[in-house]
Design a protein around this ligand. Structure first.
Ligand code: A4P
Ligand code: MG
Length: 150
């Protein structure tokens, strides 16, 4: 799971998100990457820098149940989608990157995350905690995907 925040007390928000995920039924946090400050990619110009990180979870939930749990944690952390722009500033964004070897393509959910292999702010923390995890569609490891970004 990728964590991102660029409003408010970003580090506190990301730690709270990790704690809430760990406390949720069917989920346990196994690893937390360092949180890194990153320049915004995409979205409207002039948005503040992000703090990004990645979690590895033990997950006993279905993909959709995991997605819904993450959405409810985003909401509890003060995210208000009605006021937000796509790729705009947010207090907390929780995206599912990978679910083991599973490939999901539903209206709500695409896993692997469709942009993960293009994003340094995802691949850097991912390669830190799971360098050898394999993207099941591209068949490359996190480390290889990061190196491919140059
Ligand atoms: N969705 C589909 N697949 C997934 C998935 N694997 N995980 C759908 C989570 N959601 C998934 O997401 C939009 C829709 O994607 C959801 O309704 C869900 O059904 P959202 O979180 O509501 O909106 P968003 O985050 O504004 O859009 P999107 O496309 O998810 O953007 P991203 O990819 O989250 O990018 N720059 C830096 N440096 N760091 C960042 O963290 N984040 C973004 C947002 C832009 N630039 C950034 C960062
Ligand atoms: Mg998102």
């Amino acid at each position: 799971v990728a964590l991102g925040a660029n409003l408010g007390d970003r580090a506190r928000t990301l730690m709270q998100a990790a704690e809430m995920i760990d406390a949720a039924g069917g989920l346990a946090v196994r690893m937390i990457s360092q949180f890194i400050e990153t320049a915004p990619e995409g979205g409207p110009p002039g948005q503040p820098p992000y703090l990004n990180g990645v979690l590895e979870l033990d997950c006993r939930l279905s993909p959709l149940a995991l997605y819904e749990t993450l959405r409810s944690i985003e909401a509890l952390l003060g995210r208000n989608r009605a006021r937000e722009q796509r790729w705009g500033p947010r207090t907390c964004d929780l995206d599912i990157l990978l679910l083991g070897d599973m490939v999901v393509r539903t209206p709500e959910l695409t896993v692997p995350h469709p942009q993960m292999h293009l994003r340094r702010f995802v691949l850097e923390p991912l390669a830190q905690i799971a360098p050898d995890v394999v993207h099941p569609v591209l068949r490359k490891t996190a480390r290889e995907l990061l190196e491919a970004l140059g």
